[in-house]
Write a protein that binds this ligand. Structure first.
Ligand SMILES: [Zn+2]
Length: 283
């Protein structure tokens, strides 16, 4: 039977900026990939000057939904499920106080929805978020909390008994966009070849506040970097095609760091250092 991966993300575009090359690779190899997006991204600014137009602003939720569908199709997702909550914006903003905001929903109600989805889709691997110490967006923190909760709750017959047969997800991972190794390797290669690097600020930050190493699994995404960037570019209102995401040429990434890193959060089948497959250990 084919394997299933379920990715839980906070906003439209997160699925394309965090571990998208890995989805491209697994989908191309027959893994059924299901995307669950919690919010409509309504509170995000328009970050591409070419898209900053009144008719787009007036219709932002629908525009972002269409961008998400396109980005998911590019990666090869078989299904996109929208939870339909409102983007919570940053702390102390008006969006954050909105009663429809994701962060203002009772956690059990959202968990119940996710448990039903997991029991229906039966994923082997769940992709959620880590504790986001460098980007404490309330919706991302909520996804972190919910990924841990659903990993246990979906398997527990005593919880949400009317939401389907219990299902044990085998592994829970969180995509890590910038590991120290990635930043350092790409930074050095850019300096070497072009004399400049877009990661100066990151390297400075890393040196002043070292990241504690965590249990990582590294996925080879050789040949999938451009496809994952196409998915990101599909988010025209949020991603500037001339912006920082594309400052490092695809061929350089393919050559010096053709990997994506995932932090191991929980496993029912063990985990060992050096694993290079999210499905390692799963029958
Ligand atoms: Zn986000």
């Amino acid at each position: 039977m084919s394997k299933t991966l379920l990715a839980l993300h906070a906003h439209p575009d997160d699925e394309s900026s965090k571990g998208a090359g890995t989805i491209c690779r697994y989908a191309a190899n027959g893994v059924r990939c299901v995307l669950v997006t919690a919010t409509g991204g309504e509170a995000g600014d328009i970050l591409n000057p070419a898209m900053d137009r009144p008719e787009i602003k007036a219709n932002l939720k629908a525009v972002r939904e269409a961008e998400l569908a396109e980005a998911a199709a590019i990666q090869g997702y078989s299904e996109v499920i929208l939870l339909g909550y409102r983007d919570s914006g940053m702390p102390d903003s008006r969006d954050n106080a909105d009663p429809r905001a994701f962060c203002n929903q009772p956690i059990d109600e959202v968990l119940g929805k996710l448990v039903a989805i997991v029991r229906e889709e039966r994923p082997d691997v769940l992709i959620g978020y880590d504790d986001h110490e460098f980007y404490p967006h309330p919706d991302h923190l909520r996804v972190h909390e919910l990924s841990l909760l659903v990993f246990d709750a979906a398997a527990d017959p005593k919880l949400f008994p009317d939401s389907g047969e219990p299902w044990e997800i085998k592994k829970l991972y969180a995509p890590t966009i910038f590991t120290q190794d990635r930043i350092r390797t790409i930074h050095d290669a850019m300096l070497d070849r072009t004399g400049g690097s877009p990661y100066d600020r990151w390297v400075e930050m890393m040196e002043s506040r070292p990241i504690v190493p965590r249990d990582m699994t590294r996925i080879d995404v050789s040949g999938f970097v451009e496809q994952s960037r196409d998915a990101l570019r599909a988010h025209r209102t949020q991603i500037d095609p001339d912006g920082q995401w594309f400052a490092v040429p695809t061929d350089l990434v393919e050559e010096v760091y053709p990997w994506e890193d995932f932090e191991m959060i929980a496993s029912r089948v063990g985990w060992s250092s050096g694993e290079d497959d999210l499905f390692a250990g799963i029958e």
